[in-house]
Ligand binder design. Sequence first.
Ligand SMILES: C[S@@+](CC[C@H](N)C(=O)[O-])C[C@H]1O[C@@H](n2cnc3c(N)ncnc32)[C@H](O)[C@@H]1O
Length: 398
Amino acid sequence: MSGPEQVASQLDALVSPIGRELLDRLARLEVTPETELRVGALLRRDYPTELVTAALGQHELRRRAYLKFTRSQQMYFTRPGLEQATAEVIARHRAARFAAASRVADLCCGIGGDLIALAAGREVVAVDRDALHLRMAALNADAYGVGDGVTVVHADVRDVDLTSVDAVFVDPARRAHGHRMRTGDSEPPLSWSTSLAERVEAVGIKAAPGIARDAVPSGWEAEFIADRRDLKEAALWSPALATGTSRATILPEGHMLLPLHGDEVEHRDPGEFLLDPNPAVTRAGLVEDLARSLGAWKIDSQIAFLSSDQPLRTPFARTLRVLDSGPWEQKALKPRLRALDIGSVDIRRRGLAGDVDDLHRQLKLRGTRRATLVMTRVDDRPWALICTDPNSADHDFG
Ligand SMILES: C[S@@+](CC[C@H](N)C(=O)[O-])C[C@H]1O[C@@H](n2cnc3c(N)ncnc32)[C@H](O)[C@@H]1O
């Protein structure tokens, strides 16, 4: 049996009643690298060896998938399929943009991460040229109770008739043969995906968060999505689904920041608080818009830090209290930190070169408190800020 046929027959065995029984049994056992051999030997007394091997592999993928899917224990994965799958919280957020659509095409559906969210309340035509992924996508939609509205099509997405759908979502592959493709490359390419809007007006495309600004066609929206402070991906929306040129979204709450045009934001020296924008805000090019919405200022024309004299609370930035701020002078840093009784620092560098590990070694700190040391530029001058997080337990600076 060849590789793909073997994997397909493993899946047949895993979805059979005996395979499901074995996977359920594994879910109740403590399987760790230390116990795996013993568990495997125990199970081989009751089940065929090949089935046990396949089930242990699937169990491990389900365990990892827990970070993305609440129902991972009932789902099926390949390793690349899981790695490329959209996490539930992001897929649900993105699918909400298709609220007006009743029949959507999910092109390059993979193991169905997006499909699960798209199929909640509407019909979906799910297309992939990988037969195994397509089968898993259908099983995974069933695991979430949304399989009835799903039609699977095993085909190259280029060959699919889209006349029956009123919206399209596409998540092109950005890996091939186990390797990440070059930034900007995908299969099918971005230009093919954006040209879908000539056939169906409402198009959403999943893209890498590092997508080049000039790759976004005019009239389209680029949405940058972070899960808390972790920048996850970009979504491109055709003019029919766009609400502006860019957007930053912070999940799980779904806070969104849109462009806020107005007067130029002033630049001046840091005040009592430093705001470190969420990476989704920075990637969306909305740092100045955030400053306007908060009444904050920039500390440098090129640097994505904001400042204020108020302890601003916003989901779009982390606010640090500034304990000490001044031009960067490495020699003066040690006494400044000692005077504040700081014994350990997280060093954040933005716009200033320097070896962070080397600096850590040179500082030889001995105090009892923690702080964040920010190496940056203020009005193009090298600058140091010693800050503390007002929300952290270490914040005892009064
Ligand atoms: C990034 S994954 C999709 C992940 C999916 N959205 C999810 O959340 O699980 C990309 C998928 O595109 C499929 N693919 C790549 N090129 C394709 C093509 N030309 N036609 C059909 N499927 C394709 C691959 O087989 C792979 O399953």
